[in-house]
Ligand binder design. Structure first.
Ligand code: ASP
Ligand code: MG
Length: 452
């Protein structure tokens, strides 16, 4: 069994839904299809929630009406038969009457907010399932709220999914295609919750991991993960193969194509993940799996808006326990550290979330000297296959960076990344310079050497 996930733009128009119906039945394989909400819907639902939270009920009702009108038009084009259309109408009536019922709940709390954003996926999946029924496809709708669960730390409980989903599937052995909601889940209080923005990718690999799928395919509207940021760098290309580690680094450090936690369950269960393009289904895309191909430097990604903190202590000289004290403070404030460098008497770290920066600084000052923090820092992450006995990789990277000031460098923490910290204003220059040196120059040289 495979798991295929389609994002918001892949289901965002009736003709896109028609196209993915063909895609999912063409190869004849059994699969679980995970859908996002139609593009724009989650944002619209969040915005309705905001109006309700601030007691602007009239404004909320207006936004609900606009969104409803969009769905009314959508179903007219989605279905070809009066029966199909009637089914579609019932689905949107039901879901919108629930959304409207939330207008009267006071105070409008986090619980209702989560319920309202879940409507996007509840709508898209029911509408698509009804469309498959209209076309005579042997499919079934699996309610994600019955088998997706997060714990008190918002971590998905994979065991729960394994058990529940396994039981559900064993009852439906005659079906070929299963449709389910991405993003949504329940929390330990039994309430509706979610896996955070972009979480449908994560749903797909969690399901893939739970059933140990043959493969998880993430369908978007780009041709896989690129070797560099196409919005900033001109000559980029899709990467054919990445290891789980490389993909995880890239997803975390800025490659917007995947939700950062997506890789974890796939890696844990050894389930390959393939990124595919709905607009160009026959293109290879990017395959994320256990093995690696030969290329040393595979991709570059960047993460913005980081804060760097410099922690200095003369008492660190020959001392032990200093780093533990430092990291205990970050742990206390649940603030993840992205990058670390150390010298004999100091340590520098970067953090993404500076919500508790003042308290963290105050506690650090009790045993260390701090300089002013540097805001607007960018991590540039160079990902690839850098085994420790290969020479010249760091040189290539640093050569590319010869005109750009570097704040921090990390190399050797793993065999698949080199990480640099630079000022945000130099990001475009750095990405372009690295692309030139590590990819374009490299490929030109290869062509020259392999020429007859
Ligand atoms: N619909 C949710 C969002 O827009 C989840 C997803 O699309 O992955 O964030
Ligand atoms: Mg997405």
């Amino acid at each position: 069994m495979q798991v295929w996930k389609f994002g918001g733009t892949s289901v965002g128009k009736p003709e896109r839904m028609h196209a993915i119906k063909n895609l999912i039945i063409e190869d004849g394989n059994r699969k679980i299809v995970v859908l996002s909400a139609l593009s724009g819907t989650t944002n619209a639902l969040i915005s309705i929630g905001e109006s309700l939270k601030t007691n602007n009920d009239a404004e909320a009702v207006e936004k609900i009406n606009t969104l409803y009108a969009h769905y009314e038009e959508f179903i007219k084009e989605l279905y070809a038969t009066p029966e199909g259309l009637a089914k579609g109408k019932t689905i949107i009536e039901n879901e919108f009457s629930f959304i409207r019922s939330l207008v009267n709940i006071k105070p409008f709390s986090l619980k209702q907010e989560k319920e309202i954003v879940a409507e996007g996926e509840l709508l898209s999946t029911q509408m698509f399932e009804a469309f498959l029924q209209e076309k005579g496809v042997k499919s079934a709708l699996l309610p994600a709220l019955d088998f997706m669960l997060i714990d008190a730390d918002n971590e998905p409980v994979l065991k729960f999914t394994e058990e529940k989903l396994g039981a559900i599937l064993s009852q439906l052995s005659d079906r070929q295609i299963f449709i389910t909601q991405g993003f949504i889940c329940r929390n330990p209080r039994g309430e509706v919750d979610n896996l955070k923005r972009g979480g449908s990718d994560y749903t797909a690999t969690l399901i893939g991991g739970a059933i140990v799928a043959e493969e998880v395919q993430i369908w978007t509207d780009i041709d896989g993960m690129h070797n560099n940021d196409p919005r900033i760098v001109k000559k980029t290309f899709p990467i054919r193969e990445l290891t789980f580690e490389e993909a995880a680094e890239l997803a975390y450090f800025g490659a917007k194509i995947l939700h950062p936690s997506t890789i974890t369950p796939a890696k844990m269960k050894g389930v390959p993940v393939r990124l595919k393009n709905t607009m160009e289904p026959s293109a290879f895309g990017t395959l994320i799996a256990d093995k690696t191909s030969d290329r040393e430097i595979k991709a570059i990604a960047a993460k913005d808006n980081l804060t760097a903190i410099y922690i200095h202590s003369t008492r660190m000289l020959n001392a032990y326990g200093f780093l533990r004290r430092v990291f205990e403070i970050f742990e206390k404030y649940k603030t993840p550290v992205d990058m670390i460098t150390t010298s004999e008497v100091s340590v520098s770290v970067t953090i993404d979330n500076d919500e508790h920066l003042d308290s963290i600084m105050a506690e650090l000052r009790q045993f260390a000297d701090l300089e002013d923090v540097d805001k607007d820092q960018t991590i540039v992450c160079i990902v690839g296959n850098f085994s420790a006995d290969k020479e010249g990789i760091a040189l290539k990277v640093l050569e590319a960076m010869k005109n750009i000031p570097i704040r921090m460098i990390c190399y050797g923490a793993s065999e698949h990344n080199i990480t640099l910290l630079i000022h945000g204003k130099n990001k475009a220059a750095a990405l372009n310079a690295l692309n030139e040196r590590c990819f374009l120059y490299e490929d030109t040289m290869k062509d020259i050497f392999s020429a007859p």
